[in-house]
Design a binder for this molecule. Structure first.
Ligand code: ADQ
Length: 416
């Protein structure tokens, strides 16, 4: 059992969400399996944070379209069993009844056997679809010092986004104790020192193991419960006066700069997913992937180096302000302000700008790709323009967001 401060800690990653707002990227994969930043899957951030925190017994609860998630976890996160460490992907098993997980709290209720097997003192429960760095051991330390049953990690967010988050209100005289927790409120109050902001739950929790078990058991019996961690379990702890908040800005990460200290992005919509990518390739990104002191682990297979070559007409293939993964070949074409996953090919006379191209996308000759996200394996025939004319994109069956980002889903066949 991972030990830090002599406590036994089990980490549970909630990875069963559908991620409807990320469609079509989640059409055939769970949201935590969505590729991010060229070589990662979203779940790599949560898992890297847990491992870097020193907690090496980890269960990942999966459910919705979990095949590529399971495959990624098995390939990437197989740990040495010598010390009894593991990252285990556990699909819904209908151990308790003949139904799938009806919510994140039900996922834990149905998985109590995993807690019984390990007999931890503390359970760290985290979501699987955010981009950030966090040392959970610092949160566990606060949890232990306060004697809380439940501690919720929180970060300030604009009040306009409050309906996407659990919003926390604290006691003025005891600012770490939660007075009220409202899940996705429509009309929240702003913070006393900043009316345009709220204190939002990050969906990461630390529980005393016995208290968590008691809470999910009681919740399973509760008429009308949605069996949701944010909607039901945390408010129950608040009612008991036993829920505390951990302010994410107190979290210190080795090697983090002033700017990327306390960076946290919910990449739950196409816009936020796209913006987070554009941040990565900006000259001074807020989120610094090059911090070696807190690595984000992943596995993307055996690929040769990326290559930039002269193409037809002796044009130079080049990329600027871009992240280009191994196995890519940029031939006689220009890539700028873009993120390319492994084995992307861009052929002569094409221009790719402000775009995210996933594994094995191939861009034929003389294409223009602008402000687009193109999912794995899509072939773009010669001369096609994407992200240039909204009506044309819609006519081809692509998704175009209100802000003009074009998304081409996996398996799309594009006519030349
Ligand atoms: P949401 O993200 O909207 O809000 P939810 O959809 O329950 O809540 O997802 C939370 C995590 O649980 C995700 O990682 C998801 O993949 C997973 N999950 C969802 N349903 C599941 C199921 N049936 N089985 C297993 N895993 C499941 C939550 C909190 C808010 C908080 C935001 C922060 O409820 O209070 O503010 O996260 O983004």
């Amino acid at each position: 059992m991972a030990q830090r401060g002599r406590q036994k800690v089990l980490a549970i990653v909630l990875a069963g969400g559908e991620g409807k707002r990320l469609m079509p990227l989640t059409a055939d994969r769970a949201k935590p399996a969505v590729p991010f930043g060229g070589i990662y899957r979203l779940i790599d951030f949560a898992l890297s944070n847990i491992v870097n925190s020193g907690y090496l017994k980890i269960v990942v609860l999966t459910q919705y379209k979990s095949h590529s998630l399971d495959a990624h976890i098995t390939k990437t996160w197989r740990m040495s069993t010598l010390l009894g460490n593991y990252v285990a992907s556990v699909p819904a098993q209908q151990r308790v009844g003949k139904h799938w997980y009806s919510g994140s709290a039900d996922a834990i209720y149905q998985s109590l056997n995993l807690i019984h097997d390990e007999r931890p003192d503390i359970v760290v429960v985290v979501g699987a679809d955010h981009v950030y760095r966090m040392d959970f051991a610092q949160m566990v330390q606060q949890h232990t010092e306060t004697g809380a049953a439940c501690t919720v990690a929180a970060i300030r967010q604009p009040i306009s986004l409050a309906d996407q988050f659990g919003v926390i209100d604290v006691n003025e005289d005891d600012p770490r104790r939660i007075r009220e927790f409202l899940e996705k409120p429509e009309h929240p109050r702003g913070l006393p020192d900043s009316p345009e902001e709220v204190f939002a739950s990050m969906g990461n929790y630390v529980f005393t193991a016995d208290a968590l078990e008691e809470a999910v058991r009681a919740d399973a019996e509760r008429e009308g419960s949605k069996h949701d961690m944010g909607g039901d379990i945390v408010p129950a702890f608040v009612d008991q006066g036993d829920a505390w908040v951990y302010d994410f800005k107190d979290n210190d990460i080795p090697g983090a700069s002033e700017r990327d200290h306390a960076y946290w992005r919910d990449v739950g919509t196409i816009e936020s997913y796209y913006d987070a990518h554009m941040d990565l390739i900006s000259i001074h990104p807020v989120f610094n992937l090059y911090n070696e002191a807190w690595p984000i682990y992943t596995n993307y297979g055996p690929h040769p180096p990326a290559k930039f070559v002269h193409g037809s007409g002796d044009r130079i293939g080049h990329a600027v302000n871009s992240a280009v993964s191994p196995g890519c070949v940029i031939s006689g074409s220009t890539v700028s302000d873009s993120v390319l996953s492994p084995r992307v090919k861009v052929h002569s006379f094409s221009h790719v700008t402000h775009s995210v191209l996933m594994d094995r996308v191939e861009i034929g000759r003389s294409c223009q790709i602008h402000r687009a996200i193109i999912d794995k394996g899509v072939f773009v025939p010669a001369g096609v323009h994407i992200g240039v004319d909204r009506e044309e994109d819609l006519a081809r069956g692509f998704t175009v967001t209100d802000s003009g980002i074009t998304v081409v889903g996996k398996g799309t066949v594009i006519e030349g």
